[in-house]
Design a protein around this ligand. Sequence first.
Ligand SMILES: [Zn+2]
Length: 186
Amino acid sequence: MKDSYEWGPPPPQKPDNIPEFGFAKFTETDQSFVPIKEQSRVGYIHYVKRPGWEGYVRCIGEGCEFCNQPGQKREERVFLPGYLLEEARIGIFSVTDLRRPGSLLPQLERVLCSDEKVMITVRRTSMTTFKVRTQSLNPGDDDGEAAIEQFRKKCDAGEINTLTVTPAYTEAEIAGLSVTPALCAR
Ligand SMILES: [Zn+2]
């Protein structure tokens, strides 16, 4: 999984061309999903905090304007797409590279190594620990096949990829999203 390394194409040009997939989160309640493991990618992100706006932006690699800023560190993540059974949509999980007892990545890697078509259920048990279970899918179960197929097709066509889920905002774009302190004070 760590070997599939891609920066991905630039974000869609048309502002209305918003990918119909978004982030998914692991919480303290069970989140069950069918992994789309061949579309998992290792990527880098920056946590950017500006007046009125904070969030993650995608590191575009060479020429990234955040990489050279003092104190701005680049964080590695494994982005894993999956079909979320409860929400019936494709969601992308952003997994840190922590490797400690109970960490998510080593547990996910173990279950993703199997070729069997499984459903994975993850529950967060503390800030940094997770419980990961797997279950075989029975014939007739909702396995998200149509949604997964559509996602794969769009990835193959270069329309989207797993990494484009994190916006590649520029500093100027973030400035446009920020609330100016003067306006707040009014
Ligand atoms: Zn960067």
